[in-house]
Every structure is written in structure tokens, then in C-alpha cells.
Write a protein that binds this ligand. Structure first.
Ligand code: XUL
Length: 524
């Protein structure tokens, strides 16, 4: 009974999914939440609260504790650990871990009697890891852009203009502000390659999917780009693992997990990738034709691309598709944290979002709308600390209408910001926590005017990682993995309702006008 394991090291948790490749079924899911399971780290949403100047950092040791806990829980479950033949994983994108040269030796000889944290902590040359929510590097983005000669040049090489949360600008800021720390750094890992290194017991490569989120990878050659490296930090090439195809099998699982958790010493490890590239696979969308919206801590919209096409406004990105070729991605920072904020401030439960919010209000909200930016947004790039309301009668802000305005505002933003892709989806595939809410799925269908389909598995990133492992190690074709694991949940497809098209065409125009009025510096 060959099993494969997919891990997902996300912003708020580390989770695992185990697939049985004989019976084509998901036999187990496990998750460790940083807030609920590791409260001592005081990072309830997965990052250190109170960062200044746009800094959002996380403790990489918390990720390692969670990894051990997930393996312990798996070993205590009904999963026969020694039947796992392959493992791969997914990581929140862009985050970076800074380690000294000694890490390479230590990770290659992990002592099963000690904790991972106990062995790796002393190798950190930067105690915390900047993650994708960090926006502290505007100056560095400008410096890299100027060195290369402009946005167009950076974008045509790396698939994105220089972006604050991307790893290159983050590395530059560290190298500038902590000269000693940078000198001591022997290797910079992404979250995905750091976690993969620990699982494989060797410092592994960075895959093309996640590597493209660094402003350092030359998309055309698949190699680090000399000019981008030079514009980023001195001596960077020697500190970066090599970029490799996502399907690379890096070796066997570390002895640490064999002795402590009963893994088979011959279990193979496949390079980990970013969460969005893995979700593309897990949603059955790695061949061009499907558009996926993932509702998570950040909301993302992504699709496989036959040819790399870049966003003229610079908000969208091109990453490597782990199954070959490219994918586009647009990230919206005000995702579930904005939904949670509205829910909390109005004292609602999730089901109230349906019952009290959407069901009690007319589609289009009688022209009352919201620019749903409760904190700075990256698509479009605006600095904001409060949502902007438009079209509301003075003094009226009843909770039900605010819920609708939030959701309609989020999905109108996605619709407007994804036009550059030039793709008219026939169906939108919805994933992530909030996708379970039928009212939310209905709103996506109405705003985009196409059916919305949902898969039965909530964790598409972990599932995609497991499918990648099954494909690379067991040779199971992608088509058959998709047929087994990526089927829409029966009866969960939501159709757009009659008459909604005209209502949203009108609301979209008002939404765009309100955006330009509130943020006049935005380009059209
Ligand atoms: C993508 C992005 C986020 C993170 C979330 O560019 O920044 O979606 O990957 O984990």
C-alpha cells in the first residue's frame, strides 16, 4: 500500500495530507496551528505582532516545532509511516531564513535524540524570518529597479517588478542594515527549501516555482540572474542554493524522521515548492485553462500559462509551474484577515455572513460599495488603514450591507485586477477556508458571471505537494492523479444568478471611479 505525504508550511499552520496511491484516496489529514497548538510563541496569526515600518517576521523555530508535532501526530494516527514512499511539500512564498555555513553540516547529521530547534537555532544568522506580509523594503525595491534600468527590465527578467515582499529586496535590506549578520550568513533558504532541507537531511535546492518569487530568477534561463544578484547584495550567488526543476528528487528522508517517527529510510523527498504553485497542482489546474481563486490569509488568483505574460501595472506575477511552464499569480493582502476583521467588528459568526449578511441584502447592494483595504494592499498598491465606503446614505452602515460591500469589493477588485491575464474563464475553481461558505461562492459566481466549482479537499497546497511527490517518485501520470483527487465536490457548483451581470457591470464602474478618487496616484 504505497502512501505519499504532502506537507504545507503556511502562514498560520503546518499541515499534512496522506494519499494512498492504490485506492486513490486521501487517508489522513493533520494540522498544527501556531496560535492554538504553539501558544508559547505568542504568534497567534503566525507572525510576530507589532512589527514596525512594515516589518512582518516569523520565528522559523516555530515552524520546526510544528513540523515535529505534525510528524508525531501522524505517527500516532492510523497512518503506517513506513508505507510512505515519497514526500514533498509547500511553503508560504517569499519568506526567507538566514543560516550560517555550519547549518549544512548540522542538517546533514541531525541527532534524533535532540529537537530540530535545539540543533538548528544556533545556526540562524538572523533570528527571525521576514515573510510575505512584510512591506518594509520600498527603498530597496527602488534601488534594485534603478540598478537594472527600470521596472520593465526587472519584470521581463524575473516575471515581476521589484516587490516589497519578494525575497531579493528583503535580502538587500538585511545585507544593508546588518552587515555582520550578512557576512556570517552562509545560506539563504526560502520557507519551502528550508523545510525541505530539514525533511531531507541536506541543504537542498530552491525549486523554479517558488524561486520565481524572489526577483532573482531569470525566467527564460531558469538560472539566477547575474545583474539581479549584483543589484541585490554582495556575495549573494555563493549564499543561494541552486535553482532546480520542482520535480527534482533530492534523496531520502532524514534519519531523524526514520528513528523518531517510523519513516522508511528509502522514502524519497521531492523538492518543496511555494503554496500557490502547489495549489495550482492540487486544484487540478496545472494545465492551462482553469482559473483558481484561493481564499486564505491572503487571497490569490492564479492560472497556468503556456507563455509567460507580465502585468503592465506590475501587480501580477509570473512563477514557475511545478508541472512545467509558467503560472500567473495575483495576490490580495486584504483576504481573510479583512473578512475576520469585519466579522469581529460587527459581532457576527461565519454563518451570519450568509444568514445575516448576504441573504438580507440585494445583489449589488443598491450601489453601496467598499474599497476593502483595511491595511495597505498590494493589488492595487495602496497605503490605507481603513476601508473606503462609497454610495452610502449619510449615517447608514447596517452590518448586513457592510458584509456584502466587503465581499463584492474583494471580488470586484479580483475581476478588475486580473484583466491583464487575457483569460475569460468558463468556470472559476474556488479553494481555501472561506470557499466552504456557499454565500461567498455565490458572490464570486455573480461578480464574475461564471459558475464556481469547489473541490472536496480544503488544503489544496498540501494535496498538490502530495500529487507532485506521487508523480515524481511513483511515476503516476498527472491526468490520473487529477481524476482521483481533483474532482469537484458533487453538488457544490454554484451558478451565477440571472440579472447579476448588468448589476455588477454598473457597480464595477462605480468601484473603479471610487478607487481612483480615493487613490489618485494609481495608474489606470
Ligand atoms: C503570493 C503571496 C502569498 C503567500 C501566502 O505572492 O505572497 O499568497 O504565498 O502564503
Amino acid at each position: 500500500m504505497p502512501l505519499v505525504l504532502g506537507l504545507d508550511s503556511s502562514t498560520q499552520s503546518v499541515s499534512a495530507v496522506v494519499l494512498d496511491t492504490d485506492s486513490d484516496s486521501i487517508i489522513h489529514e493533520e494540522s498544527v496551528s501556531f496560535g492554538a497548538d504553539l501558544p508559547d510563541y505568542c504568534q497567534p496569526s503566525g507572525f510576530i505582532p507589532g512589527g514596525e515600518n512594515g516589518e512582518v517576521h516569523s520565528d522559523p523555530m516555530m515552524w520546526l516545532d510544528a513540523l515535529e508535532l505534525v510528524f508525531s501526530r501522524l505517527a500516532q494516527s492510523s497512518v503506517e509511516m513506513s508505507d510512505i514512499v515519497a514526500v514533498s511539500g509547500s511553503g508560504q512564498q517569499h519568506g526567507s531564513v538566514y543560516l550560517d555555513e555550519g547549518f549544512i553540516d548540522t542538517v546533514g547529521n541531525l541527532d534524533p535524540r535532540e529537537t530540530l530547534k535545539g540543533q538548528i537555532l544556533s545556526h540562524l544568522t538572523r533570528q527571525t524570518a521576514p515573510i510575505w506580509m512584510d512591506s518594509s523594503t520600498t527603498v530597496e525595491c527602488g534601488e534594485i529597479t534603478r540598478a537594472l534600468g527600470g521596472d520593465t527590465e526587472v519584470c521581463s527578467r524575473s516575471g515581476s517588478i521589484a516587490i516589497e515582499r519578494f525575497t531579493g529586496p528583503q535580502i538587500r535590506r538585511f545585507a544593508k542594515t546588518s552587515y555582520d549578520g550578512w557576512e556570517l550568513t552562509g545560506v539563504v533558504h526560502l520557507v519551502s527549501s528550508f523545510m525541505a532541507s530539514v525533511v531531507a537531511g541536506k541543504s537542498v535546492a530552491i525549486d523554479h516555482g517558488d524561486g520565481a518569487g524572489m526577483n532573482l530568477l531569470n525566467l527564460a534561463s531558469g538560472c539566477w540572474d547575474n545583474e539581479l544578484l549584483e543589484a541585490t547584495a554582495p556575495g549573494l550567488r555563493a549564499k543561494l542554493p541552486s535553482p532546480e526543476p520542482s520535480a527534482t528528487v533530492v534523496g531520502n528522508v532524514s534519519q531523524f524522521f526514520v528513528e523518531n517517527h517510523g519513516m522508511d529510510p528509502n522514502c524519497k523527498v521531492v523538492l518543496f515548492s511555494g503554496d500557490n504553485p502547489c495549489s495550482l497542482v492540487g486544484m487540478g489546474a496545472s494545465k492551462p485553462g482553469k482559473v483558481v481563486i484561493s481564499l486564505g490569509t491572503s487571497d490569490t488568483l492564479f492560472a497556468a500559462m503556456p507563455e509567460p505574460r507580465t502585468d503592465p501595472n506590475g501587480f501580477g506575477h509570473v512563477f514557475g509551474n511545478p508541472m512545467g511552464g509558467f503560472m500567473s499569480l495575483i495576490c490580495f493582502l486584504n483576504g481573510s484577515l479583512a473578512r475576520e476583521r469585519v466579522k469581529h467588528s460587527l459581532g457576527l459568526s461565519w454563518s451570519d455572513f450568509d444568514r445575516e449578511g448576504l441573504a438580507q441584502t440585494p445583489i449589488g447592494n443598491l450601489g453601496r460599495g467598499m474599497l476593502p483595504f483595511f491595511g495597505s494592499e498590494i493589488t492595487p498598491r495602496v497605503t490605507s488603514s481603513e476601508a473606503v465606503y462609497f454610495g452610502w446614505p449619510e449615517g447608514e452602515r447596517e452590518p448586513a450591507a457592510v458584509v456584502r460591500a466587503l465581499l463584492e469589493g474583494q471580488f470586484l477588485n479580483m475581476k478588475v485586477s486580473s484583466r491583464w491575464l487575457g483569460v475569460s474563464p468558463e468556470t472559476i475553481y474556488l479553494t481555501g477556508g472561506a470557499s466552504k461558505n456557499t454565500g461567498i461562492a455565490q458572490t464570486v459566481a455573480d461578480v464574475f458571471g461564471v459558475p464556481v466549482s469547489r473541490l472536496s479537499v480544503p488544503g489544496s497546497a498540501a494535496l498538490g505537494a502530495a500529487m507532485r511527490a506521487a508523480n515524481a517518485v511513483c511515476g503516476i501520470p498527472l491526468d490520473s492523479l487529477e481524476a482521483s483527487f481533483c474532482q469537484p465536490d458533487s453538488g457544490s457548483t454554484v451558478q451565477p444568478r440571472d440579472g447579476t451581470r448588468e448589476i455588477y457591470e454598473e457597480l464595477e464602474q462605480k468601484w473603479v471611479s471610487a478607487l481612483h478618487e480615493a487613490f489618485p496616484l494609481l495608474k489606470d
